[in-house]
Design a protein around this ligand. Sequence first.
Ligand code: CP
Length: 310
Amino acid sequence: MWYKKDLLGIKELSQKEILTILDVAKNFKEVAARPIKKVPTLRGKTVINLFFEPSTRTRISFEIAAKRLSADSLNFSSSSSSLVKGETIIDTALTLEAMAPDIVIVRHSKVGIPHKLASILKSSVVNAGDGAHEHPTQALLDAFTILEHKGKIEGLSVAIIGDISHSRVVRSNIHLLTKLGAKVRVAGPLTLIPPGFEKLGVKICKSIQSAVEGCDVIMALRIQKERQGRVFIPSLEEYYEMFALTPQTLKYAKEDAIVMHPGPINRGVEISSEIADSPRSVILDQVSAGVAVRMAILYLLANVKEKQDG
Ligand code: CP
């Protein structure tokens, strides 16, 4: 049973709703292993990918997820749309809705655009990343990957390292991991950690060594050069020395700790190639999980139930 029209953030989801999505995703995972990777579940439904920012993983995996469920999936390209003639985002969304889509997937650099569109559209809206606010489907696929490798989330220690200030991935992951009972530590240059961040229920560590010590899961975040209006780190080389995931810094983690990264990765900045390509890296498993998790989200939103009173 699913009652929410939209999926806008992990903050708004209950533990039960998170577990429902992960359970449904588990059922859809095996579709990728079939010779014919298609089920008729969403035949006749239409999904629009409305991305105002670049994406490889999220956009393509939503498109594959929709196609594997037999929905019609369309991609909106802002650079070749009437946005360049001055049409507003709201008018663009209303225009697309007039063509009767069932689900609209939205990514935008401004916080709250998916929420605004959800408030005016009858179609379900999925937040595929809004500014530095939330990226809920990334956190869900990360949780799915952790469950596949560790069998549980409750009680695990998770270290998230890097550009905390500009990351929507870290916020969604903190909401999800703490709701499911993991202990989360973060580390990065102090210029990239917002004041008061510990109020989200995480431990702030001064060094990567103290953050990864005894950890089960280590997640590197991308240094987001495109979101940094001014310089927050002295140099990428210095960042690599202080905060990159390398064989030296990972010595402090548990031997069976897994290494994650939402991608795209900056090799030689936040992670060394040796670690990114090592057996403990589950970065490509995260990408595969993205399809199953997004199939689950499309399936649940296309079958949303009206809540009955009493
Ligand atoms: N992790 C993620 O959102 O990647 P893309 O920007 O390629 O979609």
